[in-house]
Design a protein around this ligand. Structure first.
Ligand code: SF4
Length: 63
């Protein structure tokens, strides 16, 4: 399952560490929406972003 973003925890900053560490560019910053977004079709469930997010805003989706 792709990861999910909890926007109540996310600071929605363009300097999102998840965007920087994602190896597949599944996580990108949506400047029109002013928040990071995840393209589920590109996510490979590596959980790197989960480990690096300083706000614990990225969660492994439950099946
Ligand atoms: S789990 Fe891996 S591939 Fe998916 S958004 Fe996070 S860093 Fe990118």
């Amino acid at each position: 399952m792709p990861v999910t973003l909890d926007y109540n925890k996310c600071d929605n900053a363009p300097a999102c560490v998840g965007v920087r560490v994602c190896p597949t560019n599944a996580m990108t910053y949506d400047y029109s929406a002013s928040k990071p977004v995840i393209d589920e079709s590109l996510c490979v469930d590596c959980n790197v972003c989960v480990q690096y997010c300083p706000h614990a805003a990225i969660e492994v989706a439950q099946a």
